[in-house]
Design a binder for this molecule. Structure first.
Ligand code: BES
Ligand code: MN
Ligand code: ZN
Length: 499
C-alpha cells in the first residue's frame, strides 16, 4: 500500500510521475494549479475540454504527458462531477478512479493538488481523510506479487496543501484516513482468503496478532470452553466440521468507568449450509461468511491506534458450518448461552445461532450498546440490492446514530422495519424460538431472532450480505471483499468518545 503524506507548496514544481488535478464538470474555467498547468502547457487542458475529450464527469480520468514543460511528468485529470453536488464520498470515488489509472500506467510517486478542489462544504480535515481513503482503498489487491500485471505500483502520494492555515487539519485527516483504509484493506484480506486458509484457528491467530501489535487484551477460547460455558448454539453449528471452533474476545480499554461498546461479528469461515446443504453457486462466496468478524477485528486494529476515550469489547464466534457426521440437524433443540432454547428448522440459518451466543456473552460482560455485523441473509440482498447495508435494532435513536456513522464513513446503511408482528413468525412449539421464519421478510425475522438475545440492551444488527462483496472493480472498490463496516464501526466509536 502506498504512503500518503502532506506537503506544503505549489505542486507544479515537484518532479513526480504525475500530478493529479480534480476538475468539476460545470466549472467555466480551471482554477488554482489546473489553471496554472493549463497556461504552462499552452492551453492544452482547455482544448481537451473544448474538444469534448474531457468533461469532468465523476470518475472520468484523462492522462496527459507534460512533455518537459513542467516538472511533473504527467497530468492526471479526474472529474468530480457537478460542483454543487460534490461531497466527501464523491471525492473518495474520484480519487479512487484516478489512483487506479495511476497504478495501471505504473506511477510510483505522485502528487495531488488540493487547490483545484472546487469545494467549500468539506472541511480540510475531512478532505485529507477521504483522499487518503480513496487512494489506499483503490490500491488494494489481494495477494499482490510485485511485478505481476495489475499489481498496484503507487509508492507515495503527496497531498499538496496550498496554505499553512489548513495544513495541520489536512494532515490530521490524512492520518485518520490512512488508519481507516489500512484496516479496511486488512479486513478485505481476511475475507478474500480461501476458507481452507482462513479457518477459525487462523482467524483467532489474526485477532491475536492485532492484539499483540496494538496492545489490546485478547482471549481465545476453544471448543471445550465453548461447551463448558454453555454456548450450545455455537457448539451445535461447529459439530459438523473437523475444524475446531473458537470464541475470540478483544478488549480495548480507553477510559476507566466509561461505557463499553460491544462489537460482534459473524465468523463463519465457511458456510456450506450444513446438512441443509447449499448449491455449488450458493457456496462460492461463502468463504466470505466471516466478513462481519473481519470488520470487527479490523475495526479494533484502527480503534487501538486512534485511542478514543471509551471502552470496546469485540466478540467473534468463529466456526465452519459443515455437514459432517456429527452435524446438528433440522428438528434439533439447542440450549443457548442465554438459557433460551432454539428449535432448528434449517441448518443454513447458522449465523443467527452463533450471534445469539456471542451477543448474550457481550451482554453478560456489560457491553452496551451492542452492534453486530453479519453476512446474515440472502433476503437482505433481495431487499436492498448491492449498494447498502441493512440496519435493524431495538432502539430507534441508536439505529439513527449508526446510520449517521455510516454516512460519515462512506458506507450507506438503510434502516429496516422491525414491527412486532414479525416476531410471531419465529415462535416455536417445542422451544423458546425457532431459527427461521420462512422466506418472506427473511432479513427481518433473522434480526428478530438475534434481538431476542440482545433483550433490553440497546442493539443494532447490520446485515452486510448485500455489501460484503463487490462483483466488479469500480471507483475505490476492488472486485471481491469490500471490507464494509470497518469504517462505520470505528466512526461510531469515535463519535461516542468523550475526547
Ligand atoms: N451466509 C448466509 C447468507 C448469505 C447469502 C450471505 C448470500 C451472503 C450471500 C446465511 O448463513 C444463510 O445461509 N442464510 C439463509 C437463511 C435461510 C436458510 C433462512 C438464506 O439467506 O438463504
Ligand atoms: Mn447459512
Ligand atoms: Zn452463513
Amino acid at each position: 500500500m502506498p504512503l500518503v503524506e502532506t506537503v506544503f507548496g505549489d505542486p507544479l514544481v515537484f518532479e513526480r510521475d504525475a500530478l493529479v488535478l480534480t476538475i468539476a464538470e460545470d466549472e467555466p474555467r480551471f482554477v488554482g494549479s489546473a489553471a496554472k498547468a493549463d497556461r504552462k502547457l499552452n492551453r492544452h487542458l482547455s482544448k481537451l475540454k473544448e474538444w469534448g475529450e474531457f468533461g469532468g464527469k465523476l470518475g472520468e480520468v484523462t492522462v496527459v504527458h507534460s512533455l518537459g514543460l513542467i516538472p511533473p511528468k504527467r497530468l492526471v485529470l479526474v472529474g468530480v462531477g457537478r460542483r454543487k453536488e460534490i461531497d466527501a464520498e464523491k471525492v473518495r470515488r474520484a480519487i479512487g478512479s484516478a489512483v487506479k489509472a495511476l497504478n495501471r500506467i505504473g506511477c510510483k510517486r505522485v502528487i495531488i493538488a488540493l487547490d483545484t478542489f472546487p469545494i467549500d462544504e468539506i472541511s480540510p480535515e475531512n478532505l485529507g481523510r477521504v483522499i487518503a481513503e480513496g487512494s489506499l482503498l483503490a490500491s488494494y489487491k489481494y495477494r499482490k506479487k510485485s511485478g505481476e500485471e495489475g499489481t498496484p505500483t503507487l509508492e507515495v502520494l503527496e497531498v499538496a496543501v496550498p496554505n499553512r492555515r489548513i495544513a495541520t487539519d489536512v494532515k490530521k485527516g490524512v492520518q485518520l484516513g490512512c488508519i481507516l483504509a489500512t484496516a479496511t484493506n486488512f479486513a478485505r484480506d481476511l475475507v478474500n482468503a480461501p476458507a481452507s486458509e482462513m479457518t477459525p484457528i487462523v482467524l483467532s491467530e489474526q485477532a491475536k496478532a492485532v492484539a499483540e501489535k496494538r496492545g489490546l487484551k485478547c482471549e481465545i477460547y476453544d471448543e471445550s470452553w465453548i461447551e463448558q460455558v454453555g454456548m450450545g448454539a455455537l457448539r451445535a453449528v461447529s459439530l459438523g466440521s473437523d475444524q475446531p471452533p473458537r470464541f475470540i474476545v478483544l478488549r480495548y480499554e480507553g477510559k476507566a468507568g466509561a461505557p463499553t461498546i460491544g462489537l460482534v461479528g459473524k465468523g463463519i469461515t465457511f458456510d456450506s449450509g450444513g446438512l441443509c446443504l447449499k448449491t455449488p453457486e450458493g457456496m462460492l462466496e461463502m468463504k466470505g461468511d466471516m466478513a462481519g468478524a473481519a470488520a470487527v477485528i479490523a475495526a479494533m486494529d484502527a480503534i487501538a491506534q486512534l485511542k478514543p476515550e471509551v471502552n470496546v469489547l469485540a466478540c467473534v464466534p468463529a466456526t465452519e458450518n459443515m455437514p459432517g457426521g456429527r452435524a446438528f440437524k433440522p428438528g434439533d433443540i439447542l440450549r443457548t448461552f442465554s438459557g433460551k432454547t432454539v428449535e432448528i428448522i434449517n441448518t443454513d440459518a447458522e449465523g443467527r445461532l452463533i450471534l445469539a451466543d456471542a451477543i448474550a456473552y457481550a451482554k453478560q460482560q456489560g457491553a452496551s450498546p451492542i452492534l453486530d455485523a453479519a453476512t446474515l441473509t440472502g433476503a437482505a440482498i433481495i431487499a436492498l440490492g448491492p449498494f447498502c447495508t441493512g440496519a435493524f435494532g431495538n432502539d430507534e435513536a441508536l439505529v439513527r446514530e449508526v446510520v449517521e456513522a455510516g454516512k460519515q464513513a462512506g458506507e450507506p446503511i438503510w434502516a429496516m422495519p422491525m414491527f412486532e408482528d414479525y416476531r410471531e413468525l419465529i415462535k416455536s412449539e417445542v422451544a423458546d424460538i425457532k431459527n427461521t421464519g420462512g422466506r418472506p421478510g427473511g432479513a427481518i425475522t433473522a434480526a428478530w431472532f438475534i434481538g431476542e438475545f440482545a433483550g433490553d440492551t440497546p442493539w443494532v444488527h447490520l446485515d452486510i450480505a448485500p455489501t460484503f462483496w463487490s462483483e466488479k472493480d469500480s471507483h475505490y472498490f476492488v472486485k471481491g471483499a469490500t471490507g464494509v463496516m470497518v469504517r462505520t464501526f470505528v466512526q461510531f466509536v469515535l463519535n461516542r468518545s468523550s475526547k
